[in-house]
Design a protein around this ligand. Structure first.
Ligand code: CMC
Length: 452
């Protein structure tokens, strides 16, 4: 029997098909170096993508591979998310992102990613009830918020508070049961939302609004961020829908920087809370999740300076300027990011619904139009990514700029948890430990301080 807090008979199963069960390794590649030939297995995934398995290369030849930024390195086999960057395809557990964004909701997608299948009605109810029952923080943790300066970035708070959860739910990672692991997944999904909203309330000096068990996952986010104890708070269905869409679109993206970080930290056997805290820190950078904040700052800068966006693009193309068009380009997508397409439509819908006319949206559309016909961007296959329009929607919802990356983190959490779980259960898992080509000094004698 598995228990999610008070809910019994939850039919989720932590064990799932091993990610390497459905791959084909019949093909071989031959590597020839200095007269030595080595046959290497070629692994073929379910969508026919192929990889040369070099795990025995060093043992047999003394050579390693070198791949700065892991541009061409497959770090694992995974059955969670499929991306075809050339065709602009993104699927979670085989289901197209467009269909999920239109027809599903964030809680259901979280279940799909973590447990590998769409839940039955009963499973979804139990999962949702688990999230409802675990939304509160230990009251001692409320005091933590008072310790941060009012200028603290909410990502700093989210990352450190998430790590601190390990102090309250201190299960030995080596002695987890299926039941305790399921509970950790639920706690993280539910409590991180509360931490994120509380950190916002603290930053603006308003009283904390506790989660409300009558509200859905996304309605609770809006309520905890924007309600005040003195007034009724009305939540619009259209706003809840777009919040669900934003979180769904961010929910997983295979081996991106933060997810790879989560898997790497997990490989050492660290607590799941430490792994998620590490993922949040990795996400924070402007080339990753921090890009949504950087996009809005860029648009605002163009607007406030009165600069023509065509002149801004000239600066971007001038390599000496070191300016990038934030929200453009992607390591994997060399075609439209399907998430950006969905968000562009959602952006028009939400601004229309809220009656907001945002000059930054006009600048963003202008930049996109110009960039998509400019040879610099065309030749490099640079298209708008998920972050190009998300910030404009968050702004329209009243979410402040420094909370954007926090929203991304809440969205990405099910993906991190799914990858954490997949790796945790992998029969042949190993500690992640890349090698290097050393380029430093050769053997040097130690010189005592007095002789230097
Ligand atoms: N603006 C201008 N030039 C760019 C951009 C950009 N946004 N992105 C890439 N380039 C150029 C880059 O200068 C390089 O040109 P060259 O060949 O002349 O040296 C070429 O395109 C290839 O770029 P790269 O940096 O080698 O590509 P990468 O795969 O290492 O980087 C990236 C991917 C997302 C970090 C990069 O495109 C970028 O910095 N984009 C802006 C930041 C951004 O929007 N990040 C969010 C990514 S989506 C959310 C997420 O998954 O986290």
């Amino acid at each position: 029997m598995k228990i999610f807090g008070k809910i019994k008979n939850m039919s989720t199963d932590l064990k799932e098909k091993q990610p390497n069960e459905s791959v084909n390794i019949n093909n071989k590649a031959t590597l020839e170096y200095q007269g030595q030939k080595l046959e290497l297995p070629v692994v073929t995934g379910t969508e026919n993508e192929q990889a040369i398995d070099i795990s025995k290369l060093r043992a047999e030849t003394g050579l390693i591979t070198l791949d700065n930024g892991y541009v061409n390195t497959g770090s694992c086999q995974s059955a969670i998310t499929f991306i075809d960057g050339e065709k602009g395809i993104l699927r979670y557990r085989g289901i197209d992102i467009e269909e999920l964004a239109e027809r599903s909701n964030f809680v259901e997608v979280a279940y799909l990613l973590i447990y590998g299948k769409l839940p039955s009605k009963e499973e979804l109810e139990q999962f949702s009830t688990g999230l409802t029952n675990h939304s509160l923080l230990h009251e001692d943790m409320i005091h933590f918020f008072a310790g941060y300066p009012s200028t603290a970035h909410p990502m700093a708070i989210l990352s450190s508070m998430t790590g601190s959860l390990a102090a309250y739910y201190n299960d030995n990672p080596q002695e987890q049961t299926e039941e305790s692991l399921n509970l950790d997944l639920i706690r993280l999904l539910s409590k991180l939302r509360t931490i994120a909203c509380f950190s916002y309330k603290k930053s603006i000096g308003q009283p904390l609004i506790y989660p409300n068990n009558k509200l859905s996952y996304c309605s609770n986010i809006m309520s905890m961020m924007f309600a005040v104890p003195t007034e009724e708070y009305y939540i619009d269905d259209e706003i809840v829908k777009v919040m669900n869409q934003l979180l769904i679109l961010h929910a997983d993206h295979e081996q991106n920087c933060s997810t790879s970080t989560v898997r790497m930290v997990q490989s050492s056997g660290a607590s799941i809370y430490a792994c998620m805290s590490a993922g949040i820190s990795a996400l924070w950078g402007p080339l990753h999740g921090g890009a949504n904040q950087a996009v809005l700052e860029m648009l605002k800068q163009i607007h406030d300076s009165g600069m023509n966006y065509k002149d801004f693009l000239k600066e971007v193309k001038d390599k000496k300027s070191k300016i990038r068009l934030m929200g453009f380009g992607h390591r994997v997508y060399k075609n439209f990011d399907p998430r950006a397409k969905i968000l562009r439509k959602a952006c028009d819908r939400v601004l229309d619904k809220l009656g907001v006319s945002d000059p930054l949206l006009e600048i963003a559309k202008g930049l996109e139009e110009e960039a998509l016909k400019d040879p610099y961007f065309v030749e490099r296959k640079l298209y708008p990514n998920v972050d190009f329009y998300s910030g404009i929607i968050y702004s329209a919802l009243g979410i402040p700029v420094d909370m954007f990356t926090v929203m991304f983190a809440l969205g990405r959490l099910p993906g991190w948890l799914a990858h954490w779980k997949e790796q945790y259960n992998f029969d042949k898992k190993k500690i992640c430990r890349p090698r290097q080509v050393y380029t430093g000094a050769s053997l040097n004698p130690y010189i005592p301080l007095r002789d230097r």
